[in-house]
Design a protein around this ligand. Structure first.
Ligand code: AMP
Length: 394
């Protein structure tokens, strides 16, 4: 997929509206607890500022539902960004209107401005025309670098491009789209899909779309129990997404037609409850005994899955193999993260919990690409166009 990128343009002296994803977690004292998303935007910001553009940054944070909410202000982000860049970032207390305009009008080439939370206005999520126009009035050009928000048709992602025709993708979006496109366009075989976690309906469409691309699929978490259930095997009290069973059955048929290698766990760690003080043991087979809950893949499954990882040349992983937040149930997920890191396959990881697992295992630096947008990467791989990316195509 070819995008118009910032490298295609000259921004010298121009006012550039840059949509970033600074939706960082804050504690109750509004301290940023993880600044990964701010750091991910630095390349584009530094590049544009270096080009002597007036850089106008805009983001959402949290879900303030269309009205100002002091606990969701981007002011702490402006402070952290100033530290990271080593230069004062100006802060506008509103993203549209006279205050935003005044700060932009008095800025000099190379200056960086951060606008207050876009979602303090209802018009953002509604993709409202007037709100889109008000945002556009601040600038001459548009850059989107918020991959994690690009599956949303919001004013700062889509509406604004009706008014700012000079538009481009930032470096982060370019990197994300390149990494995910490699999975869809001619992946080196064998291509292994590892799919787990709890939100089955969010991921099963992606799994279906990838059936024509992958050679092997391994499953864990609620995804695995939903497939086991779809085969009418016993899942005990394990969490199953019953609404997705018809689609799981359909996928089984497609898998057989294509002769794909498909695995549910050969054995499980099962518990009497999902808690630190649970009683638990390892089963000897791929079903879950009545009264028990499947909480992790067992050692035989781990051995088999590790073997699939060793054989793979391309890997996409989304979703933990078990309830990895609880120490005794974390092994499957952590060992899968380590096995991916050790493999020489081109490996892409998406989804907050899989990323947390590679961080916990201390192997994030060994992964080919870590997606910053879980939902956006799933929709991309589902083959759905992302509204924010479609408007940036060459
Ligand atoms: P997701 O956002 O879909 O990737 O789901 C991540 C969540 O799935 C984590 O919070 C895990 O604790 C949870 N999870 C993984 N395996 C299981 C399981 N067998 N039963 C219940 N929850 C699970």
């Amino acid at each position: 997929m070819e995008l118009i990128t910032v490298k295609d343009k000259d921004y010298s002296g121009k006012r550039v509206f840059v949509r970033v994803d600074f939706n960082v977690p804050l504690d109750k004292n509004q301290n940023i607890t993880d600044d990964t998303r701010i750091k991910a935007g630095l390349d584009t910001i530094n590049y544009l500022s270096g080009q002597k553009a007036i850089v106008i940054l805009a983001s959402h944070l949290g879900r303030p539902k269309g009205k100002p909410e002091p606990s969701m202000s981007l002011l702490p982000v402006a402070k952290r960004l100033s530290e990271l860049i080593g230069k004062q970032v100006k802060f506008a207390t509103d993203c549209v209107g006279p205050e935003a305009k005044r700060i932009v009008d008095t800025a000099r080439p190379g200056d960086i401005i951060l606008l207050e939370n876009l979602r303090f206005h209802e018009g953002e999520e509604a993709n409202d025309e007037n709100f889109s126009r008000s945002l556009a009035e601040l600038a001459d050009c548009y850059v989107n670098d918020a991959f994690g928000s690009s599956h949303r048709a919001h004013a700062s992602i889509v509406g604004i491009t009706n008014y700012l025709k000079d538009k481009a993708a930032g470096f982060l979006i370019e990197k994300e789209v390149d990494a995910l496109s490699k999975l869809l366009e001619n992946p080196t075989r064998p291509f292994l899909l590892i799919i787990g976690g709890a939100k089955v309906s969010d991921k099963i469409g992606m799994l279906k779309n990838l059936l024509d691309k992958v050679d092997t699929i391994i499953t864990g978490g609620v995804m695995a129990y939903t497939f086991i259930r779809a085969n009418n095997w016993e899942t005990g009290n394990s969490k199953v997404e019953y609404d997705s069973i018809p689609l799981a059955k359909e996928i089984y048929k497609e898998i057989r037609k294509r002769h794909l290698e498909f695995h549910t766990p050969l054995d499980h760690v099962v518990a009497d409850k999902i808690a630190e003080d649970a009683h638990y043991f390892t089963t000897e087979r791929g079903t879950v005994p009545i009264g028990w809950i499947g909480v992790d893949i067992g050692p035989q499954a781990l051995w088999e899955y590790t073997d699939c990882i060793k054989r793979a040349k391309t890997i996409f992983w989304n979703g933990p193999m078990g309830v990895f937040e609880i120490e005794p149930f974390a092994k499957g997920t952590i060992e899968i993260a380590k096995a991916i890191a050790e493999s020489d396959a081109y490996a892409v990881i998406g989804g907050g919990d899989s990323i947390a697992a590679v961080n916990k295992a201390g192997v994030a630096h060994k992964i080919s690409h870590i997606c910053t947008g879980g939902g956006a990467s799933l929709e991309f791989l589902e083959g759905k166009g992302l509204p924010g990316i479609d408007v940036l195509k060459k």
